[in-house]
Design a binder for this molecule. Structure first.
Ligand code: CA
Length: 229
């Protein structure tokens, strides 16, 4: 399981929320590892998803509840929230979940594909045809996130399942990368850097060279074979 969480709500709150999210998603994924078929689960599950999609969904739900619990009675943490994008791998089977504007990309056969759709104000405006991507990049509201793990009781998580292929690479990243470099620039860095650490270093270098207004988190995975990743 791999996850990127980008905290919001001031320095302290953002750090607490993102750490709670990562810890709780990991806890749930670990504690459900031995569970059998979905019909034996003690918790409600989404019939449209397989086992691993449901494990991530449960992880995000529990992370959201933990954040709500921590905010109760902690004045300095009120309003804290975090994005999260997580991938859970079982061989080449991948479950993917996200909330907020952190992204997952797939790089396959020299093509970069975005696997997630941002939960952000500018993304909603673009989908409605009200903003171009270039205008969204410069928009003063470009950092407004419309969904997050914020402790609210109406959490909606996007969960998907996909089959990977040997040679695929996955990128999980915060908006500190994707709000500065466009998809074609990210694809160029993928093409030029086969070493995963060098690729991540290059993402950070180029995002900083382009102004680097935000923290930059990037995580690269390479699917080596059908037996592992
Ligand atoms: Ca950010």
């Amino acid at each position: 399981m791999f996850v990127v969480a980008d905290g919001m709500g001031g320095h302290v709150g953002g750090e607490v929320a993102s750490e709670l999210a990562v810890t709780e998603i990991q806890n749930i994924v670990e504690s459900t590892a031995e569970l059998g078929p979905l019909d034996t689960w003690p918790v409600p599950f989404d019939q449209s998803l397989g086992r691993d999609g449901n494990r991530l969904q449960a992880g995000f739900d529990n992370a959201n509840r933990r954040i709500a619990q921590h905010m109760e009675g902690a004045e300095n943490l009120r309003g804290m929230a975090t994005t999260a994008v997580a991938v859970l791998l079982d061989g080449v089977q991948a479950a993917l979940a996200h909330v907020g504007d952190s992204r997952a990309y797939l790089y396959r056969a020299d093509q970069l594909t975005r696997l997630t759709s941002d939960h952000s104000w500018v993304e909603e405006q673009m989908r409605a045809g009200m903003l171009t991507e270039a205008a969204a990049r410069e928009h003063p509201w470009r950092n407004i996130v419309t969904k997050a793990l914020s402790g609210s009781d109406d959490l909606q998580v996007d969960v998907a399942e996909l089959e990977l292929q040997p040679g695929d690479r996955l990128l999980l990243c915060s908006d500190g990368l994707s709000s500065v470099l466009n998809d074609s620039e990210i694809g160029d860095i993928m093409a030029a850097n086969h070493d995963l650490q060098e690729g991540c270093d290059e993402f950070v270098n180029q995002a900083n060279a382009a102004g680097g207004p935000d923290n930059i988190t990037s995580l690269l995975l390479h699917v080596a074979s059908a037996a592992g990743s």
